[in-house]
Design a protein around this ligand. Structure first.
Ligand code: PAP
Length: 335
């Protein structure tokens, strides 16, 4: 495998199950299977669906992760604003190390390369990586459902979790654009004409990566109600509408509130501006760079950054179907 060709690396890992360890091949052979969107197959493990390579990362993380009491985990359902919240939390937690100016790391590095994904990066290549190099508090990101988190995280009373989700109608549209772009960019073959329908059907069946979305969201919602000091539940739409208020709340939740001096200097607004879609998506690194660990184009993570784009992509029938699922499963969340 050569990192000169990182996109080939991604293709190999998510599409070719021959590259999996023998243990993993045996393990997945006993799991329910569905055709995947990006990976050739997704597998159901304990009620959630994963490409085999990410499931391998989940299992390694469950086995080996050693928590520290100050750890912070950003958990998201895919396409819910991970890139954005990673940027915001990185800027917030490191504001004393890295002043918010044009030399900030986010101006030259995509947030996915600054905040490690647990199962999709850290535990993907090395089953038991050394994570001691990370400054404290360590900030990790993951798409893992609550029940798949290592027991050492779930059963701990320390370590904080920020959970971000998004209106499923916008998440499915974002997913469609993401994977069609990956396929087009990587294989240069056309995407089939019914790709939106295919994405939508898989999403509603709950078999896209880390689905079903409703159970992913609901489990963290319930945990946040039971343990509000440890789990902060946030919606993309709310962050969009009142970013400064939510950033202040996040700072308090993470025990690093803004001081009166910081407030007066306009630091809250500066962080919001640094991490805005307009700013990040126009940086050279995010226009033309690639992620170091999978070689995906950074611009795949920046499309519109708006709420309500589903109106331009979903048919009336699709909207009714997804609304019915949300009504039945996510009523308490208000989607
Ligand atoms: P991931 O879960 O695969 O890491 P994620 O970052 O959650 O992806 O999804 C990308 C979405 O976040 C895109 O949404 P869209 O397709 O509806 O446009 C992307 O545009 C949006 N996004 C990325 N950065 C920002 C930002 N700074 N502010 C708001 N939205 C953003």
């Amino acid at each position: 495998m050569s990192f000169d060709e990182p996109s080939a690396w991604l293709r190999e890992r998510v599409e070719d199950e021959n590259k999996l360890s023998q243990e993993m091949k045996t393990f997945i052979s006993n799991l329910p299977k569905q055709k995947g969107l990006i990976a050739s197959n997704n597998y159901e493990y304990e009620g959630f669906w994963y490409p085999a390579v990410f499931l391998q990362g989940v299992l390694a993380c469950q086995r080996h992760f050693q928590p520290q009491s100050s750890d912070i985990f950003l958990v998201t359902f895919p396409k819910s604003g991970t890139t954005w919240l990673k940027s915001l939390l990185f800027a917030l937690l490191n504001r004393r190390r890295f002043p918010i100016d044009k030399n900030h790391p986010l101006c030259t590095t995509n947030s996915h390369d600054l905040v490690p994904f647990l199962e999709m990066k850290t535990y993907l290549k090395t089953p038991n990586p050394n994570l001691n190099y990370l400054p404290s508090p360590r900030l990790f990101s993951t798409h893992m459902p609550w029940t798949a988190l290592p027991e050492s995280i779930r059963n701990s009373s320390t370590g904080k979790i920020v959970y971000l989700c998004r209106n499923p109608k916008d998440a499915v549209v974002s997913l469609y654009h993401f994977w069609t772009k990956l396929k087009l960019g990587e294989t240069n073959k056309g995407v089939e004409p019914n790709a939106m329908v295919k994405t939508f059907e898989s999403f509603c069946l709950g078999v896209t990566d880390y689905g079903p979305f409703w159970r992913h969201m609901l489990d963290y919602w319930k945990q946040s109600k039971e343990n509000p000091d440890r789990i902060y539940f946030l919606k993309y739409e709310d962050m969009k509408e009142q970013p400064t208020m939510h950033l202040r709340r996040l700072a308090e939740f993470l025990d690093c509130p803004f001081s009166p001096d910081e407030e007066e200097s306009g630091l809250v607004e500066d962080i919001i501006k640094l991490c805005s879609f307009e700013n990040l998506s126009n940086l050279e690194v995010n226009k033309n760079g690639k992620l170091s660990f999978v070689g995906i184009q950074n611009n795949s993570y920046f499309r519109q950054g708006k709420t309500g784009d589903w109106k331009n992509h979903l048919t009336g029938e699709m909207v009714r179907k997804l609304n019915a699922i949300c009504e039945e499963k996510l009523r308490e969340l208000g989607f």
